[in-house]
Design a protein around this ligand. Sequence first.
Ligand code: LMR
Length: 327
Amino acid sequence: MRRFLCFLFTGLLALPVLAQEPILIRFSHVVADDTPKGKGALLFKKLAEERLAGKVRVEVYPNSTLYGDADEMEALLDGRVELLAPSLSKFDRYTSKLQLFDLPFLFDDAEAVKRFGRREKSRELLRSMVNHGISGLAYWSNGLKQLSADRPLLLPEDARGVSFRIQNSAVLQSQFEAVGARPVRLAFGDMYKALASGQVQGAENPWSNIVSQNVHAVQSHIMESNHGVLHYMLITSTRFWNGLPYAIRVELDDIIEEVTQMVNAEAEALNARDRARIAASGKTRLITLTPEQRAAWREAMLPVWKQYEAAIGADVIRAALAVNRGS
Ligand code: LMR
């Protein structure tokens, strides 16, 4: 018997240890590393691989190198990528509620958007696509959008007939139609070529995307219009996230909280840095709209709110407006 037990024990020791493969999290996005979202993705990788060493491996794919605007959502739902952070303009297909963030001149400034991100109403919106299998994990800030074009655009009438690259968003389409412009939906990865070749004549971007895509090199005028926001929702597939071991999910939730604070704290500074780079580049003319000019754009674009009120929900719009300082 003793010989048998000894044999059994030695045999068990000789069994190969079944090494548990780390869980792979692929994070795909469309912007450069040196932007608020790009830095957030890299910090998420660093913290996840430090704190969950051997349990989680994170691969970050910036600049549409894995998937771009056209195919990233399908990839997420098919389990070919686990994290994305599309701008809030890119969810039309899944919910009309997030169209809120595209309403022109809705928020006073980027601080107001951040305040809204902490309110119960916006937390609810993180769950607005669960019936499509998409879970929102956090809001990441970028900044306010600026108009750019191959000509000065001081007043809304200057945009009449001008073609603008827009994201895949009905509200943004209506926003440009409201001033008689011609919106053209194009993937972010195609924007630079479209502007450089003259396929479109203008665009709207936060400073960080203008610099990292070299938009200022191919647009003769940039108008500091601050007319809308470009923020993101960090999303995952509900099936993937719910299938994670509980302890890992809790740790990842904590990491995301920490990364979100970093992104939201640094977005403004990064955009200010990039604004200064554009001003110093000598490649374009930077025009700050006067309060009167900005008011004229606001008035021309404001009818868009009414157009989308039913789809978004008057309660959601009210909750967003309540975070503005002036209200
Ligand atoms: C755009 O398409 O203009 C933006 O959504 C790109 C981004 O992710 O910042």
